[in-house]
Design a protein around this ligand. Structure first.
Ligand code: TYD
Length: 205
């Protein structure tokens, strides 16, 4: 199965993606966007560089370049080999961040994404839902713990943007109920993982 995880910053996606990949077992491919290929990792550095000013339209192109490469070089071959693939963020991130928050438009970005992925879509997308305030509090804890330094282009974005992105994700989930399952991401990682695993096993049947 090709499974993607989505959610606002600090919703716990990365932890959940790792736990899910472990539970799915050996041979599962765990990926993150942007990244996962040498080109993708280089594009990730550009996107995170606080010295660069990058508008939403150009951001979409950069994220899409990384995604196109990941799709062609890694995801499609893995799916064809029958492997499970777990990806931390995918097309819905562009719809929420560049389409809704960045003002490019949800439908425009959805159509653009189709060309980038050549029609391939996840079998299941898990939207980890927490409110922006709770995610913000987690971010402050990480800053204090020294796990983040608050200097990359995406870390200083503020709660207003997180609220807009959270609302956009809710809309995206309503638009694609056949693909997207909303997971309550409050609480301990183990509890959230149980909800994630229930959604996955439910889809596998
Ligand atoms: P990252 O450090 O991976 O954040 P997180 O752990 O929250 O996923 O940085 C990814 C950032 O890039 C995040 O703020 C969301 C943003 N993003 C987009 O704006 N559009 C996209 O298409 C993708 C994949 C990510």
């Amino acid at each position: 199965m090709f499974i993607t995880l989505e959610g606002i910053d600090r919703s716990g996606k990365t932890t959940q993606a790792a736990m899910l990949a472990r539970e799915l077992g050996d041979g599962t491919l765990l990926l993150r966007e942007p990244g996962g290929t040498p080109l993708g990792e280089r594009i990730r550095e550009i996107l995170k560089d606080p010295e660069l000013e990058i508008g939403a339209g150009i951001e979409l192109l950069l994220f899409s370049a990384a995604r196109g490469q990941l799709m062609g070089d890694v995801i499609v071959p893995a799916i064809q080999a029958g492997r499970d693939v777990v990806c931390d963020r995918f097309v819905d991130s562009s719809v929420a961040y560049q389409g809704a928050a960045g003002g490019l438009g949800v439908e425009h970005v959805e159509q653009f994404n189709e060309r980038v992925t050549q029609g391939w879509m996840p079998d299941l997308t898990l939207l980890l839902r927490v409110d922006a305030e709770r995610a913000e509090a987690r971010g402050q804890e990480r800053l204090r713990a020294g796990e983040a330094d608050g200097t990359d282009r995406f870390e200083g974005e503020g709660i207003e943007l997180q609220r807009t992105v959270a609302a956009a994700y809710d809309e995206i989930a309503r638009r694609h109920p056949e693909r997207i399952v909303v997971i309550d991401a409050r609480g301990e990682p183990e509890d959230v993982h149980e909800r994630v695993w229930a959604a996955v096993t439910n889809r596998r049947r």
